[in-house]
Design a protein around this ligand. Structure first.
Ligand code: ZN
Ligand code: MN
Length: 254
């Protein structure tokens, strides 16, 4: 795995001759309860991209460490101090700008690896606008956009949650993210601060202006207790493997 921000431009040009997969990790600066750092989504997306790229001789771009606005039912929402969010058009424009530059360099395969639930449609829009622009210049770039958690195999979820998986929207600062952080960055987890809250209960609609209704005071949307480094390793190992298989299948001509 090679990080582009640690290469010289001449080394970068050499690497691109091998037509590598280039990874753009995307996260957020968002409250993650009293026990996880606000960079959790960015950290996990970065680690995931580095792990996958390492196996596929890919390049990893600097992570986008800000994301779209936190929503109550998936990230606790915008009512918490510390959460710093972008307007959708900002994230869309940043994505489009980066793709335009990569195309100019000759990058032909890009993996946008998202670690923050609320980002997905604005990343998608940035990709769509970039593709429309590239088409007019006859430039082709294969782009994959994905949320890493979609690759965690069902049998792993069954094991980790003992059959009580609450769904990925509620898995905010909860068992999965806490376990993955315990596996990859244990020094950043405040184990003694893990809240004892139960699962959050929300209306079926979103309400604006955001008022935090239904969001536990801790900011954690589902139980994080029971998280462990061992579960984190089980989740990450299987997820990394599944992403690698999917990308190898998609780009099997490589
Ligand atoms: Zn998160
Ligand atoms: Mn998030």
């Amino acid at each position: 795995m090679v990080r582009t921000d640690q290469l010289t431009w001449t080394e970068y040009v050499e690497k691109l001759e091998g037509d590598p997969l280039v990874f753009l990790p995307v996260g957020a600066h968002e409250q993650h309860g009293p026990h996880l750092p606000m960079g959790t989504d960015a950290i996990l997306a970065t680690r995931m991209a580095e792990a996958v790229a390492g196996r596929l001789h890919g390049l990893v771009l600097p992570t986008l460490t800000y994301g779209y606005k936190s929503q109550a039912r998936s990230g606790g929402g915008q009512t918490f101090p510390g959460t710093i969010s972008l307007d959708g058009q900002t994230l869309t424009a940043m994505t489009q700008d980066i793709i335009r530059e990569l195309a100019r360099h000759g990058v032909r395969r890009l993996i946008v690896l998202d670690g923050h639930y609320e980002n997905q449609w604005f990343l998608t829009e940035g990709i769509e606008l970039a593709q429309r622009e590239l088409l007019t210049s006859g430039t082709q770039m294969d782009i994959v956009r994905t949320e890493y958690w979609d690759f965690c195999p069902q049998h792993v979820l069954d094991t980790v949650f003992d059959g009580n998986f609450p769904g990925y929207d509620l898995e905010h600062a909860a068992l999965i993210e806490t376990s993955m952080m315990l596996h990859w960055q244990p020094e950043l987890v405040r184990l003694d601060a893990i809240p004892q809250d139960d699962q959050a209960h929300f209306e079926i609609f979103d309400y604006y202006p955001q008022d935090g209704a239904g969001v536990p005071a801790s900011g954690v949307l589902a139980p994080a207790r029971g998280a462990s480094a061992a579960k984190g390793q089980l989740i990450t190992d299987n997820t990394v493997e599944a992403i690698i298989q999917a990308l190898q299948a998609k780009f099997c001509d490589r």
